[in-house]
Design a protein around this ligand. Structure first.
Ligand code: HEC
Ligand code: HEC
Ligand code: HEC
Ligand code: HEC
Ligand code: HEC
Ligand code: HEC
Length: 348
């Protein structure tokens, strides 16, 4: 609304109020009927002109300017799994809204709550992950709004004892952590109740610090100890690549001879261990051979039932390494220890 019409409405209200008060001036007596509304007052004097708005006053131009800053990031981001994946719709369910969609995680992280906090509610109109999930976009309308949601505070990992504390990488750990509680044995036996037994899909921060396994005590790997911003250093590089894929160039500072992520054959070695363990789990009856994966191979879904502690622990560690998806890169020593436990527990 133009300042002048606001002023006009304001004056109109003042006139009405004065007209209503005028009848109160006489001696006390019964109140008469309300008089008719007074005539509209004269038009007020023109207010002072509002100061001319310079774009720079609100610093919109910190971001919306003649550079390709936004375009470049948007293009990379739109091709990323964060933007293309379909799991954001789960943000409408309370038990998933801490990590899926945009509104749930954004509010939860800003409030400093853990992902499975009981107060988290599903968001009826959730959105896919977007700039606002991770940045304070349009809060102060200045470049300061690139600040990360929740200030990238250190993250207490909900399902293991420790903390992930690697600068801007902390934001990733808010969601990429073990979701399910670890299984607990009663008299050496554990009941598996779900066909999706395991730690859930994003376990990378627990893996980095060497926690959350069964029957194995781990430790943070060299990558956690030595790389400043953890996930962000390897997955966004110096150019803050919003495609979020790991980049080989980020490895070269320490492994000058590196030619692929399969450095020293580590990924090949871990895949071979997984391939060795899977038939042993199938033989125990804990992997459902009737549910196939996208490649038409037997998947990794579980058969509900009661199994020995060793078998369930072996399955947990196996699923943990599968869900980590880096085939050992995130924490080579701990990954080997998890799978060696599984192999031994299954008599392999
Ligand atoms: C911190 C950087 C930053 C500043 C400062 C900023 N914006 Fe934005 N703006 C963004 C981002 C990021 C988006 C969303 C782009 C996307 O979703 O891909 C956006 C989107 C928009 C849109 C599109 C509609 C929407 O909300 O998505 C408008 C209009 C807009 N901004 C106007 C402004 C105005 C006006 C100002 C200053 C008062 C301003 N912006 C300041 C970063 C900024
Ligand atoms: C709000 C929670 C959240 C945050 C914060 C988050 N992620 Fe994700 N991430 C997800 C979800 C959910 C998916 C899966 C999307 C889908 O499949 O729908 C995902 C997918 C990914 C993928 C693709 C995995 C694949 O299977 O290809 C990578 C890589 C990734 N994230 C890395 C990161 C990094 C690095 C950060 C920190 C800069 C980060 N994420 C921050 C929730 C999050
Ligand atoms: C602790 C945070 C967290 C919670 C809570 C959570 N998820 Fe996830 N979920 C993730 C992350 C992180 C990923 C991305 C894993 C990746 O691709 O690396 C993911 C991925 C997924 C995927 C995509 C899997 C794929 O392979 O593309 C589905 C489906 C999913 N979650 C369903 C759910 C459902 C359903 C719930 C609630 C019952 C839930 N999640 C709760 C963190 C969480
Ligand atoms: C999954 C979380 C995530 C999402 C989604 C995301 N970003 Fe980022 N962004 C980051 C992280 C982490 C950094 C690195 C911050 C740091 O190093 O301090 C970053 C850095 C940036 C920077 C550099 C900021 C600076 O201070 O120089 C810009 C610009 C940026 N993002 C824009 C965007 C835009 C635009 C979108 C949406 C198209 C977006 N981001 C979506 C996590 C995210
Ligand atoms: C040492 C660098 C490094 C660090 C630190 C790191 N990653 Fe990775 N990450 C990788 C590499 C390398 C892969 C395997 C990529 C491949 O094989 O294509 C990977 C794989 C993944 C994947 C599987 C998706 C894909 O693109 O294959 C996800 C999701 C992921 N990392 C998330 C994270 C998160 C979250 C963190 C922080 C808790 C993190 N990573 C820390 C290097 C790193
Ligand atoms: C800051 C230095 C640093 C960076 C950057 C770094 N690494 Fe490493 N990496 C190490 C150290 C130190 C070790 C040995 C300690 C350990 O295994 O935890 C190691 C071990 C490894 C191993 C295990 C090798 C074996 O024989 O056990 C692999 C695989 C590996 N790195 C891959 C990568 C990849 C891929 C990247 C980039 C995405 C990367 N590293 C980035 C320091 C680094």
């Amino acid at each position: 609304m133009a300042p002048r019409s606001v002023l006009r409405i304001f004056l109109f209200i003042v006139v009405l109020t004065l007209a209503a008060c005028a009848g109160d001036a006489g001696e006390a007596g019964p109140a008469g009927p309300a008089g008719p509304a007074g005539p509209q007052g004269p038009e007020g004097a023109a207010g002072a002109d509002a100061p001319a708005l310079e774009v720079t006053d609100l610093s919109c131009a910190d971001c919306h300017n003649d550079t390709t800053l936004l375009v470049s990031v948007q293009a990379r981001f739109e091709a990323s799994h964060h933007a293309t994946g379909g799991s954001w719709v789960r943000g409408s369910i309370g038990s998933c809204a801490g990590c899926h969609g945009s509104e749930g995680p954004q509010a939860r992280i800003a409030a400093g709550l853990s992902p499975n906090d009981e107060s988290i509610q599903g968001v009826a109109t959730t959105s896919p992950i977007n700039c606002r999930t991770c940045h304070d976009v349009h809060m102060t309308y200045t470049g300061a709004d690139w600040a990360l949601t929740g200030g990238a505070a250190a993250v207490s990992l909900e399902r293991s004892d420790g903390t992930y504390d690697k600068g801007s990488g902390n934001l990733c750990a808010e969601c990429h952590q073990i979701r399910h509680p670890r299984p607990e044995a009663t008299d050496g036996m554990i009941e598996v109740t779900s066909t999706r037994f395991g730690p859930h899909h994003g376990v990378e921060s627990n893996m980095a610090v060497g926690e959350g396994g069964m029957g194995v005590t781990g430790a943070p790997g060299g990558h956690y100890n030595l790389i400043d911003a953890g996930c962000v250093s390897c997955h966004m590089g110096e150019n803050t690549n919003h495609g979020f894929e790991a980049e080989l160039g980020t490895c070269e500072g320490c492994h000058s001879d590196i030619e692929s992520f399969d450095y020293n054959g580590t990924q090949t070695e871990i895949q071979a261990l997984l391939d060795q363990i899977k038939p042993l789990l199938i033989a125990e009856g804990i992997i459902d051979v009737t549910i196939l994966d996208d490649d038409g191979e037997i998947g990794n879904r579980s058969v509900p039932g009661t199994y020995s502690e060793e078998v369930v622990n072996a399955m947990w560690n196996y699923m943990y390494v599968i869900e980590d998806q880096s085939l050992g890169v995130h924490n080579p020593g701990f990954t080997r220890a998890l799978l060696e436990y599984s192999l031994t527990a299954l008599g392999g």
